[in-house]
Design a binder for this molecule. Structure first.
Ligand code: TYM
Length: 334
């Protein structure tokens, strides 16, 4: 049995990364690289399951790498590469397409959300996307996967696929069952305009999210305009259960300031939301704008970013090829 701990995670290069990506995933990526071997992948093949403008896609891949570095990933410690540069991902995805069940995919809520009422018109890639995600993880026999709560169901599917593969091919423990690492308090950062929807790159209004590249001015404006509540702030966050926008602002403030949420409630109790907003904007500006500045600086040297991807690809390929060889043997492919 593979007992070695290994972290794998991926981020789609579909434009501006935002505060949800940062608190739900990237910050965790950075702390994990101190303790374990980590592989972080820019999942370009996942991105093309919905149409991407080719020239923008290339830029978005490089910008995602720049965001990885700007938030603190170190390419000397972690493997950073783009998915399409290691073709073993798609080869394993095909094998796993034959292990995974249609009934399992039919239950995936993200497909239903993304395809909406236009299921018949969605790409086949979007439908089998979770199998490719399982391939990403299992290709490296990853044991831990840091993600936000929206990816939990996909992780469960990856575990089901791993288990079925191990059983079908009579190789108990061949694939470890990957553990999701989901942050407790910020597993789902919500939209600033609608607290029932997650903050996302695809929501039309830019006012719904804080982008890592936003200026201080933009952050201030977005927080000022964010939906909150006309009552004053209560003394307990449980009283905000039916006020998701207000709770979201409190949660973000607690997380970014690294103050326990109960302490935040004591600090804020009885005050207007405008008071919280001023504090929140200040703290976000000091945490996020240096990241944005660094992303811009890194984007000035695209050759450097491409070099990081190339080195990462070389390292990832060694692990991927070795594992794929064993997987092919298990399946009986010559
Ligand atoms: P993606 O690109 O949509 O998001 C990247 C990471 O950010 C997290 N995230 C959030 N966390 C908290 N609140 C939010 N509002 C929020 N929005 C996004 C996501 O959970 C994710 O961790 N399918 C994946 C990419 C992927 C992957 C993988 C991940 C492909 N293969 C293998 C892990 C392992 C996705 O679309 O993430």
């Amino acid at each position: 049995m593979n007992k070695k701990k290994l972290v794998f995670s991926g981020v789609q290069p579909t434009g501006n990364l935002h505060l949800g990506n940062y608190l739900g995933a990237l910050r965790n990526f950075v702390s994990l690289q101190k303790e374990m071997e980590c592989i972080y992948c820019v999942v370009d093949l996942h991105a093309i399951t919905t149409f991407q403008d080719p020239s923008q896609l290339t830029n978005n891949v490089l910008e995602t790498v720049a965001s990885f570095l700007a938030t603190g990933l170190n390419p000397e410690k972690s493997i950073i590469f783009n998915q399409s540069s290691v073709s073993a991902h798609t080869e394993l995805a095909w094998i796993l397409n034959c292990v995974s069940r249609i009934g399992w995919l039919n239950r995936m809520t993200q497909f239903k959300d993304k395809a909406g009422g236009e299921k018949e018109k969605a790409s086949v890639g979007l439908y089998i996307y979770p199998n490719l995600m399982a391939a990403d993880i299992l290709l490296y026999k990853a044991t831990h996967v840091p993600v936000g709560a929206d990816q939990k169901q996909h992780l469960e599917l990856s575990r089901d696929i791993a288990q079925k593969f191990n059983k079908d091919f009579k190789c108990k423990d061949f694939f470890p069952l990957p553990e999701p690492l989901i942050p407790k308090n910020v597993s789902r950062i919500m939209s600033l305009r609608d607290g029932t929807k997650k903050m996302s790159k695809s929501e039309e209004s830019d006012y719904s999210r804080i982008n890592l590249k936003d200026s201080a001015d933009e952050i201030s404006k977005k927080i000022k305009k964010a939906k909150s509540d006309s009552d004053t702030i209560p003394d307990n966050f449980k009283k905000l259960e039916d006020k998701p926008e207000a709770l979201n602002l409190i949660t973000i403030y607690s997380e970014v300031s690294k103050k326990d949420i109960n302490k935040v409630m004591i600090e804020m109790s009885g005050k207007e939301y405008s008071f919280l907003k001023t504090k929140l904007a200040e703290i976000l500006i000091s945490e996020i704008t240096p990241v944005g500045k660094e992303i811009r600086k890194l984007l000035e040297d695209k050759t450097h970013l491409r070099r990081i991807l190339k080195k990462g690809k070389e390292k990832a390929s060694i692990i991927a090829e070795e594992n794929l060889k064993n997987i092919r043997e298990k399946v009986g492919l010559l």
